[in-house]
Design a protein. Structure first.
Length: 284
């Protein structure tokens, strides 16, 4: 951590003032004469100016700042600090992305981040991350080494850090940049179409999703899709959800990327991975 709290030095002026107050009125003339002859004496300098800014520096322990630079999910220092735009709570990027596989609420304040795609409402906080790297010694170097080792062990190319591109200076009136304001995060690399194939043995009436097009990460599993359907349709725990792709009944552990690769183009329609879901309700 940072050095302990050193405090600021006492100012000689305060000492002189307290001494004059305690000596009574008889010393007033002497004090006034000393002010006129050497005004800098009260301030501890020869030219009458205040001490340098170094005398006012205040050191604190890193533990005092720790609550502000820790991720409440993994309890570690922020790595790729990412902030939810709805409530401004910050987490590690990997932690909050993993959390949003299961929930669309902020893990800290429980606010609904987005009804269907909470990953749309998160942004990297590079300034905060720079602060964390400056406060915690060797944290950035350790993270870079771990990332390098991770890719090397798997025979993958280590991604290069993004280099900011210089902004060309143009004269005259700035041009309006045309393009889509809405950008889809690269983590959401698979689009799926959820088709309802009905309910059997049911005692209630079920309707298909109002929004059946969903964009998710390829690492999401069928288990995640089922949880999404249960929350959206408000299904009872006794209701069984079967998810089918083509003619294959899918298992909970299968990821969407694996399914797309295994089944091939027959599972894709207009670039969408087509998943059909059916509900089996046990009689009450």
């Amino acid at each position: 951590g940072a050095p302990g709290c050193s405090g600021s030095r006492s100012i000689p002026f305060e000492f002189e003032r307290s001494r004059s107050e305690s000596s009574g009125d008889e010393d007033d003339g002497e004090e006034e004469e000393m002010e006129e002859e050497d005004p800098g004496a009260r301030f501890g300098t020869d030219d009458g100016e205040l001490d340098s800014d170094d005398d006012w520096e205040h050191s604190i322990n890193l533990t005092e700042l720790t609550p502000y630079i820790l991720c409440s999910i993994c309890k570690g220092y922020f790595i790729d600090a990412t902030t939810i735009t709805e409530c401004l709570h910050t987490f590690c990027k990997s932690c909050i992305v993993r959390h949003f596989y299961y929930s669309n609420r902020c893990p800290k304040c429980n606010i609904v981040v987005h009804q269907t795609q909470p990953l749309y409402n998160i942004r990297l906080d590079r300034q905060l991350q720079d602060i964390v790297y400056k406060l915690v010694v060797n944290l950035e170097e350790r993270e870079k080494k771990q990332m390098h080792d991770f890719y090397k062990e798997r025979g993958l190319e280590v991604p290069k850090p993004a280099v900011p591109q210089p902004v060309p200076v143009s004269r005259g009136r700035p041009r309006k940049v045309l393009g889509s304001v809405f950008r889809i995060p690269p983590e959401l690399d698979i689009s799926i179409l959820l088709e309802f194939i009905g309910a059997s043995d049911g005692t209630g009436k079920f309707k298909p999703l109002e929004k059946k097009f969903v964009r998710v990460s390829g690492e999401a599993t069928i288990g995640h899709v089922e949880k999404f359907l249960r929350r959206k349709l408000e299904l009872h725990p006794t209701c069984q959800v079967d998810i089918i792709c083509g003619n294959h009944l899918l298992e909970h552990y299968q990821t969407l990327r694996e399914i797309r690769q295994a089944i091939g183009e027959s599972a894709v329609q207009d670039g969408l991975l087509v998943l059909r879901y059916g509900l089996v309700v046990s009689p009450l």
